[in-house]
Design a binder for this molecule. Structure first.
Ligand code: HEM
Length: 295
């Protein structure tokens, strides 16, 4: 109970944007530091340089390990932190089932295979979601997390100058937004500069993400395709969420719970990581390597 309380309090004080970003990818399978044998998900293509909240989660983990060692998994920290992040920003609230354990095997190859990239077409997005058991409604609802947060120029720059190697910008990008984004992200340089994902209410968890899509103001290609792909079955869902914030919130909660329950590790499966950056066997290996080299 004490651990749960500390977890809730710590998560409630988080920077909501950076923590929910960590949900991208497979929630209970992450590994943030490279060792000789395990390349971390933090550096997977879809996550590269996007991990602006890892130190915060690391701090929560340290506090928990000091108070109740080996009890609360990194996967549960992420799940609770994400929930708190959303409600702090004005979004819906929900109960997070706890008791997940951390993966022993997460690595960069896995993350690269499973994470859809920002240049994904609708077909690819649907495919990537379907292979983990999430449907089209989940895709549209969960993409609504881009109602807050930032993205680096590198993740959408192709849309501004040379979309799909055509030599011209993406025609589904609003021309006023195009001009603004070109000043933030010149053709060369500034790849790591960040800008708002939601052009209307960048720090609020609301349904403006969907009304932005209706006027071609989605920042990432993977956002805009939900509305602009010809004959897309996702477009009516976008319209519904744009008209009805409650419908969006209800679907978002349902999909977050579904995503959080995808093949969770429980019982004796996996482990409780001592450090969210490393699987425990790597911590032991790194310790014994440094012991040997110091002899
Ligand atoms: C549908 C597939 C998705 C793609 C292709 C995608 C892609 C991206 C990219 C490229 C960024 C910018 C990263 C950076 O430049 O640092 C980003 C940011 C973000 N994503 Fe996603 N994402 C997807 C789904 C999700 C989901 C399911 C969630 C949560 C439920 C989510 C939450 C966020 C948040 C909160 C940010 C802002 C991060 C920050 O400000 O640090 N995304 N996403």
């Amino acid at each position: 109970m004490l651990c749960r309380l500390i977890l809730e309090l710590a998560a409630a004080s988080l920077d909501f944007i950076s923590t929910i970003a960590l949900l991208m990818g497979v929630m209970d399978q992450f590994c943030w530091t490279n060792t000789d044998t395990i390349l971390s998900e933090k550096e997977a293509l879809g996550n590269n340089n996007s991990a602006r909240g890892y130190d915060v989660v690391g701090n929560i983990k340290s506090a928990l390990e000091n108070a109740c060692p080996g009890i609360v998994s990194c996967a549960d920290i992420l799940a609770v932190a994400s929930k708190e992040s959303v409600s702090l920003a004005g979004g819906p609230e929900w109960d997070v089932p706890l008791g997940r354990r951390d993966s022993l095997t997460a690595n960069r190859t896995l993350a690269n295979e499973n994470l859809p990239g920002p240049q994904s077409t609708l077909e690819i997005l649907k495919f990537r979601f379907s292979v983990v058991g999430l449907d089209t409604n989940d895709l549209v609802a969960l993409s609504g997390a881009h109602t807050f947060g930032r993205a680096q120029c590198r993740t959408f720059k192709d849309r501004l100058y040379d979309f799909n190697s055509t030599g011209v910008p993406d025609e589904t990008l609003n021309t006023t937004l195009l001009s603004t984004l070109r000043t933030i992200c010149p053709q060369t340089g500034n790849d790591s500069t960040i800008t708002n994902l939601d052009q209307t209410t960048p720090d609020e968890f609301d349904n403006a993400y969907y009304s932005n899509l209706q006027v071609e103001k989605g920042l990432l290609q993977s956002d805009q395709v939900l509305f602009s792909t010809p004959d897309a079955d996702t477009a009516p869902i976008v319209n519904n969420f744009s008209n009805n914030q409650d419908a969006f919130f209800d679907s978002f909660v349902t999909s977050m719970i579904r995503m959080g329950n995808l093949s969770p590790l429980t019982g004796t499966a996996g482990e409780i990581r001592l450090n969210c950056s490393l699987v425990n066997s790597d911590i032991l290996r790194l310790k014994s390597d440094s012991l040997v080299s110091s002899i």
